[in-house]
Design a protein around this ligand. Structure first.
Ligand SMILES: Nc1ncnc2c1ncn2[C@@H]1O[C@H](COP(=O)(O)OP(=O)(O)OP(=O)(O)O)[C@@H](O)[C@H]1O
Length: 588
């Protein structure tokens, strides 16, 4: 087995191991689907028989008809009754095949859709579980492409391919069986072209597979460029870079189309060659068959059945090659899914992790904490910091010094390389992530809102909040007035990422969200940056309310925000230095 093939077989095995269990929940439908498949195969086998009986019983009556024809002739005679019965049989077989085909397609499609939805949900859940170290470098376009296109391709692999191969193999085996029973010599002649057909499909199949995999990977890249271009539309337009983005997209788009053309060309070439081979096979069978008929070895009806079976035999083999191309494409997609499924979150609950109280006291202690992002320079080194409940502790310092990193470590987006972070005496690593994070609320510099209603955006802080609690939080954040002035008040649907609101309004909703969460620990990361002085000043009141009675970590640059602080530390050269009140100018 070649190396590529080994890799593919290995990937397929892993895919089925991971995705296969989802099929278990649909045993009943799958069983019905497979039974229907047998029905389809039987109908296919029976299809040419009524015509054979018409030939051998009515048109060219045989002296020694085969057992089936003989029995039918004894029941219906060899006149119009037999003709009528055979006409009815043609119709009946077609109806049976149609009904079975419908049931097979319906059952299998229903299972396929459900399994695909389940895999997509699993993947979405898994992506959310993955740590920041993954999301820092992953492209959202690429993740979306995997969640949509690649997951859809899995249906081809899990359902269509399995059904296709099972159905075809069944038809091939049944056909060969009946052919052997009818005339083994003619069967051997018919089968003689199979090795050649097999070689041809293997030759083209390999090349088609390579091209198909390349195409799928290129489609993934298109999604990356597309998401980047559309989600950064403000920057694109602001810098008048539409043409540049278009070019970037066109490049990926073209190369995917080229890969698609190669796949189609190869498939068409294979089709042409197999058509010729098939015709050759049919010609030889007809030639040899007619000699057999003349010698009285077989009846003209038998020859008719044989030639009809030839297409039942050759067609699936031809189709198998194009199906292997689809499987290859789907395997490439499956590998892209496995790449994500195989990633383990770096930050996860330890076995036996403890639940932090629903409402912790909120006493935070950093002890000897050192940290650096993967492969990057040291950000914090042996840092000690105490955050006291009811007080606001501010971090200032040059850009990129590591101020926001302190908050990220407290939320356990990352774990420190050395040292410990405690909340109420518990090491955060010994707590469940859920219970830790539900004790923390955040307001960031650029608070992200969702394209849902204002009400839902505020309630994101606490999903079970009552209407009154939402209104109270909005009032405390001084947001109630402007929200009520919106076209639909609290039911107004915001633009994606809240872009239909001003920066100040967005920030007020974010503060309301944090107030509603009512967590003992509050992280304010440059909450007033980027706002004009008047708006910033008016937001200060809301921030003070939000911070009241909580342990607050504040990252700030400006003196206005720093007026909230009880303690100020400067982060510089990976260390924290307590700064006297007049040292606040360090933040400038
Ligand atoms: N996800 C990340 N992966 C790798 N390096 C990072 C990551 N996030 C931040 N850094 C680096 O770590 C350092 C500290 O970043 P941090 O965001 O804590 O700085 P900051 O003091 O809050 O800066 P600013 O005031 O500009 O927001 C910076 O040098 C930054 O480049």
């Amino acid at each position: 087995m070649s190396r590529d093939r080994k890799i593919e077989v290995g990937a397929l095995r892993r895919l089925f191991r991971r995705m296969g269990p989802h099929l278990k929940n649909h045993r009943r439908k799958l069983t019905l689907g497979f039974l229907a498949m047998i029905g389809v195969a039987l109908a296919e086998i029976m299809r040419p028989w009524p015509i054979k009986v018409v030939f051998d019983g009515i048109l060219i009556p045989q002296e020694n008809p085969d057992a089936v024809t003989g029995w039918l002739m004894s029941v219906f005679g060899n006149g119009d009754f037999l003709l009528g019965a055979m006409a009815a049989a043609i119709l009946g077989i077609a109806l049976l095949g149609g009904a079975m085909g419908f049931m097979q397609a319906y059952m299998i499609a229903a299972v396929g859709q459900k399994v695909v939805a389940q895999i997509r949900l699993d993947l979405y859940r898994h992506v959310h579980r993955l740590s920041h170290s993954f999301h820092d470098t992953a492209s959202s376009g690429d993740i979306i492409a995997r969640l949509t296109g690649d997951v859809r391709m899995m249906r081809d692999l899990l359902i269509d391919a399995v059904v296709f191969f099972a159905a075809r193999i069944l038809v091939i085996l049944l056909t060969i069986g009946v052919m052997l029973w009818m005339d083994w010599r003619l069967t051997l002649v018919a089968l003689a072209i199979l090795p050649a057909l097999w070689l041809i499909t293997r030759y083209f199949g390999k090349r088609i597979k390579g091209a198909a995999r390349k195409q799928r990977r290129k489609e993934g890249k298109i999604a990356v460029v597309m998401t980047e271009g559309i989600s950064s539309i403000n920057v694109v337009k602001g810098f008048a870079r539409e043409a540049y983005e278009e070019q970037r997209f066109a490049k990926q788009n073209n190369s995917s189309a080229e890969a698609g053309v190669v796949t189609t060309r190869l498939a068409a070439n294979m089709d042409r060659v197999t058509q010729v081979l098939l015709a050759l096979g049919t010609a030889v069978v007809v030639w040899f068959g007619v000699t057999q008929v003349r010698a009285g070895e077989i009846s003209p009806g038998d020859l008719l059945v044989f030639t009809a079976y030839l297409s039942s035999l050759y067609k699936p083999i031809r189709k198998m090659a194009s199906m292997t191309a689809r499987v290859a494409k789907a395997t490439a997609s499956g590998e892209r899914l496995l790449e994500i499924f195989d990633l383990e979150p770096e930050v996860a609950d330890h076995p036996g992790a403890k639940e932090l109280d629903k409402r912790a006291y909120g006493w935070v202690l950093f002890e000897d904490v050192s940290f650096s992002y993967a492969d990057s320079a040291q950000v914090l080194e042996k840092v000690d910091l105490e955050l006291v409940p009811g007080e606001v502790t501010a971090l200032v310092g040059p850009s990129g010094a590591g101020k926001s990193t302190v908050g990220r470590l407290l939320m356990r987006f990352y774990d420190p390389e050395e040292g410990h972070i405690h909340i109420d005496g518990w090491d955060v690593r010994d707590l469940t992530l859920d219970s830790l994070r539900s004790n923390i609320a955040v307001v960031l510099q650029d608070s992200v809102l969702f394209g849902t209603s204002v009400r839902d955006n505020i309630a994101y802080g606490r999903l079970d909040a009552t209407e009154e609690e939402i209104f109270a939080a909005a009032k405390a954040a001084e947001a109630d007035n402007f929200i009520r002035a919106l076209p639909d008040g609290y039911d107004t649907i915001l633009g994606e990422r809240g872009e239909t609101l001003s920066g100040g309004q967005r920030q007020r909703i974010a503060i309301a969200r944090a107030i509603l969460r009512d967590a003992p620990i509050l992280i304010l990361d440059e909450p007033l940056s980027g706002l004009d002085p008047a708006t910033a000043k008016s937001l200060l009141v809301s921030l003070r309310r939000a911070a009241a009675g909580r342990t607050t970590l504040l990252v700030a640059h400006d003196d206005l925000t720093l007026s909230l602080a009880d303690h100020v530390y400067c982060v510089e050269n990976c260390k924290l230095v307590e700064t006297p009140p007049d040292g606040r100018s360090l933040s400038a």
